[in-house]
Design a protein. Structure first.
Length: 352
């Protein structure tokens, strides 16, 4: 039996905010949840993962911090995948359910940013009367479940509701003074905005964008049965070879006093970037095997050329690969069009 959600936000142009409540240690990497709960039934908070559209904002509540610590933008549609998951609810805890690999769904994210000042649970509790008014008014207006993220518990103070994904009403975004996104009419009409351009408008030339580098978890991988059903870049970033190569390059740069950058909400969706002597370097990372080398290098070259075009003339394009290409003509091609290509053991090629 399919669970029907009460989509009270449908058709409301500014209701494009969501909340992930999580204990994971790679916040902002993606969204993922099981397809069913331990009883083999659909659960609304898992289903909510499939509701946002591209460009929507997901705020991240970290249970370990008891705070909303950052936000990301949704990229593309959900896809079926295996997920490693352990339920945290009272029933699962009492039955000692341990995490295991199961069928589920994933959503790509980009532009993760840490909040300068996290919104703590104590600060949320300090506005409880206004927060509960928002909840009650939404319930009265729309009827049924509204998937609100905070609830009073047994007469005590507020806490996060039990679940993974929640609808974060715009009125609550405003109350908690969370960052708001200007969803222009053009963006609303386009359900798949380009990564790095969720609000639509002219991008600055050579802006030296980015946020502090976020190391990639090399032990967690995205596997997908139909890789072209989603953006290949999203799938690629789930591969261990990609994450390992990216981290190695970031470490090499840091050791030389060069600060690596990850993309932020205003950036094209590069993998890693840095600045040296006033010049901005933007890099796409690609894992390679003997079978996929040609396709991966074609994809990577196209991506990094696009980043260079969007960022302006003071930008150098870099293609970093898991190993040296077996076909050396790729090195010649990159050189001929002004793209630096490098791999572990040859990182110094980016300094020429």
């Amino acid at each position: 039996m399919t669970t029907e959600l009460n989509r009270w936000w449908s058709g409301v142009s500014e209701e494009r905010y969501w909340l992930e409540a999580t204990g994971r240690d790679d916040v902002g990497a993606d969204l993922h949840a099981p397809a069913e709960d331990e009883r083999g039934k659909e659960l609304w908070s898992y289903l909510m993962l499939r509701e946002p559209v591209s460009g929507d904002v997901v705020f991240h509540y970290e249970q370990s911090q008891k705070a909303i610590t950052g936000f990301s933008f949704v990229q593309g549609d959900a896809w079926e995948d295996k997920v490693y998951w352990g339920a945290k609810g009272a029933s699962a805890t009492s039955n000692q359910v341990k995490p295991y690999i199961r069928d589920g769904y994933r959503r790509g994210l980009y532009g993760f940013q840490k909040l300068e000042k996290p919104i703590t649970l104590s600060s949320i509790r300090s506005v409880e009367p206004a927060l509960m008014t928002i909840r009650d008014e939404l319930s009265a207006t729309h009827g049924g479940a509204i998937y609100f993220p905070f609830v009073p518990y047994k007469g005590g103070p507020l806490r996060t509701a039990q679940g993974y994904m929640f609808k974060l009403p715009l009125s609550l975004v405003k109350l908690l003074q969370l960052p708001e996104t200007d969803f222009s009419l053009t963006a609303l009409l386009n359900p798949s905005p380009e990564p790095g351009n969720p609000t639509v408008g002219p991008e600055p030339t050579n802006p030296f964008l980015g946020s502090p580098y976020r190391p990639q978890d090399e032990d967690k991988a995205v596997s997908i049965a139909a890789p072209m059903a989603v953006d290949p870049a999203v799938v690629e970033r789930g591969l261990r070879g990609h994450r390992r190569t990216q981290n190695q390059l970031a470490e090499w740069l840091s050791q030389r006093g060069i600060e690596p950058k990850s993309p932020d909400a205003k950036s094209p969706d590069w993998d890693i970037a840095w600045k040296v002597n006033g010049e901005f370097f933007v890099c796409e990372v690609k894992s390679l095997t003997d079978k996929n080398e040609e396709r991966q290098l074609r994809l990577g070259l196209g991506q990094v050329l696009r980043y260079r075009q969007k960022l302006g003339s003071a930008t150098t394009a870099v293609l970093a690969t898991e190993r040296a290409p077996t076909d050396s003509s790729w090195i010649d091609l990159c050189t001929s069009i002004g793209v630096l290509i490098c791999w572990p053991g040859s990182w110094e090629r980016v300094l020429v």
